[in-house]
Design a protein around this ligand. Structure first.
Ligand code: PGA
Length: 252
């Protein structure tokens, strides 16, 4: 079995101010210093990347962004490029979060372009995939996830997944308090791995697949105990240092 270091990534979304993120990050850094085998990453809002970059210098905790433009530079008001993220020592970038897909209308194609731009610029994309409630109820979960993945594979190539992380985030579980059961998550994670294995077995075996969607301190251990669940992408619970640290410690 491939050795996949678990990853727990915080997605702070559009939350916090300087006054609240400083103590939050300090609490997380203090808590993950011991008893944590997982790799830990924090994805703050863009405007706090500089602050976090300074606070995280010379620590093991990695920095990530929540989004990135597929364009390198130019007249794209309000957008942030890969090179800009690199300037602040970002390692990861979330692409294709369901809030980007469904609130801001990002298409599979936009997301594939962002993924390719991130890999080309030496960032590690955390590619989010996941079905909506009506799609699950229509038995279309695998069809939706296959389409989301295949667009990226076609555009960026399977080898780009050597430098990528995937997050399975069922839309019905995000911020709702209703998490997928460990078995439901495992079923989809296995499907994702098999889908990649059609192109490249070794790459499929090595890629880390995180689960996201209402992961809390009290359900993390069961979710992370599944064979194909390699950590989590944590929204709400990452805004509380104690909760997030408990989740980081729940990986084995
Ligand atoms: P949640 O969000 O943990 O608040 O459900 C997860 C995510 O959207 O990445």
């Amino acid at each position: 079995m491939t050795d996949r270091t678990p990853l727990v990534a915080a997605n702070w979304k559009m939350n916090g101010t300087l006054a609240t993120i400083r103590p939050l990050l300090a609490g997380i850094m203090e808590g993950v210093r011991e008893d944590c085998i997982a790799e830990v990453a924090i994805c703050p809002p863009f405007v706090y990347l500089a602050e976090l970059s300074a606070m995280l210098a010379n620590t093991e905790v990695r920095l990530g962004a929540q989004n990135v433009s597929q364009q390198a530079s130019g007249a794209f008001t309000g957008e942030i490029s890969v090179a800009m993220l690199r300037d602040f020592a970002c390692h990861y970038v979330i692409v294709g979060h369901s809030e980007r897909r469904h609130i801001y209308g990002e298409s599979d194609n936009d997301i594939a372009e962002k993924f390719a731009a991130a890999v080309a610029g030496d960032l590690v994309p955390i590619l989010c995939v996941g079905e909506r409630l009506e799609e699950r109820e229509d038995d279309a979960t695998e069809t939706v996830i296959a389409r989301q993945l295949d667009t990226v594979i076609q555009h960026a190539g399977i080898e780009s997944f050597r430098r990528a992380v995937i997050a399975y985030e069922p839309v019905w579980a995000i911020g709702t308090g209703r998490n997928a059961s460990p078995e439901q998550a495992e079923e989809v994670h296995e499907f994702i791995r098999l889908r990649l294995a059609r192109h490249d077995d070794a790459c499929a075996g090595a890629v880390r697949i995180l689960y996201g969607g209402s992961v809390k301190a009290d359900n993390a251990e069961n979710l992370f105990s599944m064979a194909n669940v390699d950590g989590g992408l944590i929204g709400g619970a990452s805004l509380n240092a104690d909760d997030f640290v408990s989740i980081c410690r729940a990986t084995r």
